[in-house]
Design a protein around this ligand. Sequence first.
Ligand code: GLA
Length: 417
Amino acid sequence: MFGMRNVPLLLLLLMQLLRAGSALDNGLALTPPMGWMSWQRFRCITDCDTYPDECISEQLFRRSADLLVSEGYADVGYEYVIIDDCWLEWNRDNMTNKLVPDRKRFPRGLNVLADHIHNKGLKFGLYQDFGTKTCAGYPGVIDHMALDAETFAKWDVDYVKLDGCNANVSDMAAGYPEFGRLLNETGRPMVYSCSWPAYQSEFGEQPHFESLKRHCNLWRNWDDIDDSFESVMEIVDYFAKNQDSMQPHAGPGHWNDPDMLILGNYGLSYDQSKVQMAIWAVLAAPLIMSNDLAKVRPEIKEILQNRDVIAVNQDPLGIQGKRLLMKQNIEVWRRPIEPKINGEYSYAIAFVSRRVDGSPFPISFTFKELSLFNDNIGYIVQDLFDKNNNLGVFRNESQFKTRVIPNGVNFYKFTAL
Ligand code: GLA
């Protein structure tokens, strides 16, 4: 049927088939995923008798899905409700080898929960681990990858976080892509979050960014976040220190992940909450909150739901920002965003203070220092945390002046004219 003439066509078809089989290419996460995840706030609380509102159970995820909608988070883009560790029985089903959700805490199985989440217009995420066991010791996927991928699809999962405890890091280069391929083969589109590079960096290895980009929608680069400003800033420093190797690999469909938003918990002040939100927006980071949505104070909710800041995070160009410079302990974080006019980007610029001397610190930067080259025509500058604070048009400016409070941030959009 196929003569010699068709050999190039056949080769092309074969190449396309191979590519479809090996790359993730699922069309998902074209902007950084947004949602809510249990780990940081609820960890591995499994005692539902003592902590009925906090234990990892169907109830917690139903309630969080309801609150995402009723508290207005869904309206601004938070979408995925993700079960982290500690949802499983200690053993697989001994007849079928299938994973079994904890019978007491998820008595009706996961499909009922998935239906509830979907009926709310949201999406359903689930944690698992590449190794023999999850980080908390529940069964991992390693010997049952195909079965587990199919099971996730049958449970109507839309997002998989695959952790890397209890595994050999050397197996991950083949294993993570393989699980992504198996997810793809189910035919159900699932966002694939890989923790592989976090384990590589723990062992001092350079992450395989080219492979991550091909096989994962997002990947955890480094250590877990904890509920403190120190923890947030340690992660921020890791991202700044490694930005030249990491930044080029982020883009629509594939993102670096500095871990969950901890706003609304115990550890951050009001202004430190703005710092995390601003830097996560500049980093094009997934905005996955982990908090008790019933207890987030209104002023923190306002930060989490700030549409202008979220628009920076979700900018369609998908270019990850960088720490541009540090001067007198004020850091300048800058991200190119739309609109791009005559070849000049607009920018979101965060001035982050690492200072602790008690008064607001006045500082100025030349446009050259800020690498802003549209100064002839100019920029409109808007305060992203204060809609009423429109700074007006800046052009031919020698200096941009700002005044930042200790541990605080001033976050502006410079729209190119
Ligand atoms: C690891 C991950 C965390 C969380 C826990 C669960 O530490 O990095 O995000 O998923 O495991 O045990």
